[in-house]
Design a binder for this molecule. Structure first.
Ligand SMILES: [Fe+2]
Ligand SMILES: [Fe+2]
Length: 160
């Protein structure tokens, strides 16, 4: 269990507790996947479990970074939190907005390409995991668009 925050408000402490207890759950799940990835006799399962491990490690890291950033603010420590504040998007938010506009278009093209690629793999869908891997990339692309749309919205807000 994590040390409670010093001088935090109720909502900060509640959020902190949820972040750290969820991080704990994620860690247990991560260990289970790592064992599965390491021990299974099936190379196919080991490969796929290793992909999940990568994601779970990131979840674990993000939850930890949010909790530490919350501690920094709640306890009024100086310095930059691990999760940066949005802070006006630097000296040139216009540039950030432009860049994210452009990148989201790339991601849209990428998504169309991946969908076509997956269709071409129809004949091997029961003998390989390739269509699954392409499908996962499509989901990642959707995620990247979510990130970029957030940046677009927020950086344009900073401009107005
Ligand atoms: Fe997770
Ligand atoms: Fe992408």
């Amino acid at each position: 269990m994590q040390e409670p925050l010093v001088g935090a408000s109720v909502w900060e402490q509640t959020l902190f507790d949820h972040l750290t207890s969820h991080e704990e759950n994620e860690r247990e799940l991560l260990v289970e996947y790592q064992q599965a990835a390491g021990e299974s006799q099936s190379p196919a399962f080991r490969y796929l479990a290793a992909l999940i491990v990568e994601d779970e490690m990131r979840h674990h890291r993000l939850l930890g970074e949010m909790a530490e950033s919350l501690r920094l603010d709640a306890e009024m420590h100086p310095g930059e939190p691990a999760v940066p504040r949005l802070g006006g998007w630097g000296p040139d938010p216009h540039r950030v907005a432009e860049l994210s506009d452009r990148l989201v278009q790339h991601e849209e093209m990428d998504l169309q390409f991946l969908k076509r690629l997956r269709k071409e793999m129809d004949t091997i869908k029961d003998t390989t995991m390739w269509p699954l891997l392409v499908k996962l990339m499509e989901l990642d692309t959707t995620k990247h668009m979510e990130i970029l749309n957030f940046v677009r919205r927020q950086s344009k807000r900073a401009l107005s």
